[in-house]
Design a protein around this ligand. Structure first.
Ligand SMILES: [Zn+2]
Length: 116
């Protein structure tokens, strides 16, 4: 009872993280944050009478959070190894089981020798 009560919030949190990453909601919210920051900087520059800055692009090269959003969860080098392991296990399960010798009695005491 206690273990499931502890696991459930962790599972829900993990599910929310995967949904946020997989659906792109986190990246959308982060892009909105960049737009808000850029608009605030432009407004400060306009109020100070400075010239307008060109529109900045935010990507992995200039934003650490963007880089973390786009990093692969599984290194590409492990994928062929995992596929080959799966194929090897599938091959092993198709092998025929070896025949095991069975002992055949030559004589059954209560019935006499078997007819052959
Ligand atoms: Zn960013």
């Amino acid at each position: 009872m206690v273990a499931s009560a502890v696991r459930r919030p962790a599972a829900i949190l993990l599910l929310l993280c995967f949904l946020g990453l997989g659906s792109g909601v986190l990246e959308y919210l982060h892009n909105l944050q960049h737009e808000r920051e850029d608009a605030a900087e432009a407004q400060v520059a306009r109020a100070a009478g400075l010239p307008q800055q060109p529109h900045k692009t935010h990507d992995e090269t200039n934003c650490e959070f963007h880089a973390q959003l786009h990093v692969p969860m599984l290194s590409a080098g492990w994928v062929p190894l995992l596929v080959l392991l799966g194929v090897f296990v599938a091959y092993l399960t198709t092998l025929a089981r070896p025949l095991v010798g069975q002992r055949i009695p030559l004589r059954i005491d209560c019935r006499g020798p078997p007819l052959s």
